[in-house]
Design a protein around this ligand. Structure first.
Ligand code: ADP
Ligand code: F6P
Length: 320
């Protein structure tokens, strides 16, 4: 391939810039031209693109967000939108595309590949919910942000002998809640993947720890569970511990990527371009047992991923 495109799509994630940088630099070093496509599939449909060279990605490895901007493009999900995107690739002489995003973005990449525009997907989402890969770009930064924010919440929770019911992102997945929950010493962690009973898993646990002298509590709730305001009211009523709901929100998606996210993004970007260079498309790059690998996009999209039950059980054993 002579000329490739790169885009970021879906919810942004820290480290997307590092991935874009790696894609652009790898392509340039291998005598390929690179076009930056703005705002995901929206930019592809509208021809909103910019020529990139090794200097266009200077000074971005440490920055959160994405210099290419991101979007959720509904038009692209329809055949007419897809056809416009394909036409746009022809007009701009784009031979293949690196798509950085979540599994919605991968579905788009699959659809494009199927219609003759080879694409490589790179997992970029704070949620870590891409089945084929142990790791997604942005996850580590997000976990550390949550940890830092909840540590702050904990200070004031402790000063006032309160309970803070913290909701973290993750769409339908509990990876962020479970791992950050352990890291902040949450008394209870509620995730959509595992059954829970509020009386048994929150109220009773709080009562039990109250008897041992504990007077402040963090309850970690995954976004997919929701209802943190009601839960805080119920806890207050049943335990007499003054409670507050804290929804961390989009602060979790911003900020400078951690070392891990910069390194993994650099590796994945490089692998994606090497595949396109060989004329290989319709694949997803991932990480398994700390190694970068690539696999068929259809296969990747048919996989499921489970949350670590052992880790979940550990959290219940030690957060008392
Ligand atoms: P993510 O990639 O983070 O999962 P979304 O699910 O919002 O985020 O998907 C990002 C974009 O990918 C969508 O706006 C749409 O343009 C495209 N997309 C999502 N789902 C599909 C699908 N089933 N088929 C084709 N394209 C899709
Ligand atoms: O997929 C990333 C994510 O931040 C999810 O954790 C969350 O459910 C969603 O995106 C929020 O999306 P929006 O930016 O539309 O509020």
């Amino acid at each position: 391939m002579k000329r490739i495109g790169v885009l970021t799509s879906g919810g942004d994630a820290p480290g997307m810039n590092a991935a874009v940088r790696s894609v652009v630099r790898t392509a340039c070093e291998n005598d390929m031209e690179v076009v930056g496509i703005r705002r995901g599939y929206t930019g592809l449909i509208n021809g909103d693109m910019v020529e990139m060279n090794i200097r266009s990605v200077s000074d971005i490895i440490h920055r959160g967000g994405t210099i290419l901007y991101s979007a959720r493009c509904l038009e692209f999900k329809e055949e007419a939108g897809l056809q416009k995107a394909i036409q746009s690739c022809k007009e701009n002489a784009i031979d293949g595309i690196v798509v950085i995003g979540g599994d919605g973005s991968f579905r788009g990449a699959r659809d494009l590949s199927l219609r003759g525009v080879p694409c490589i997907g790179i997992p970029g989402t704070i949620d870590n919910d891409i089945a084929c890969s142990d790791y997604t770009i942005g996850y580590d930064t997000c976990l550390n942000t949550i940890m830092e924010m909840v540590d702050r919440v904990r200070d004031t929770t402790e000063s006032h002998d309160r309970c803070s019911v913290v909701e973290v992102m993750g769409r339908r997945a509990g990876y962020l809640a479970l791992n950050a929950g352990i890291a902040v010493g949450a008394t209870s962690i509620l995730v959509p993947e595992f059954d829970y009973d509020i009386e048994r898993d929150v109220i009773e646990r709080m009562r039990r720890t109250q008897k041992t002298g504990k007077r402040h509590f963090i309850i970690m709730v995954a976004e997919g569970i929701g209802g943190v305001e009601e839960l805080a009211r119920r806890i207050e009523k049943e335990t007499m511990v003054e409670s507050r709901a804290v929804i961390l929100g989009h602060v979790q998606r911003g900020g400078a990527p951690t070392c891990k996210d910069r390194v993994v993004a650099s590796q994945m970007g490089n692998r994606a371009v090497k595949l396109l260079q060989q004329g290989i498309g319709n694949r997803v790059v991932g990480m398994r047992n700390e190694e970068i690998f690539d696999m068929d996009i259809y296969e990747a999209l048919s996989m499921t991923k489970t949350l670590d039950k052992e880790l979940f059980d550990i959290s219940y054993e030690i957060s008392i």
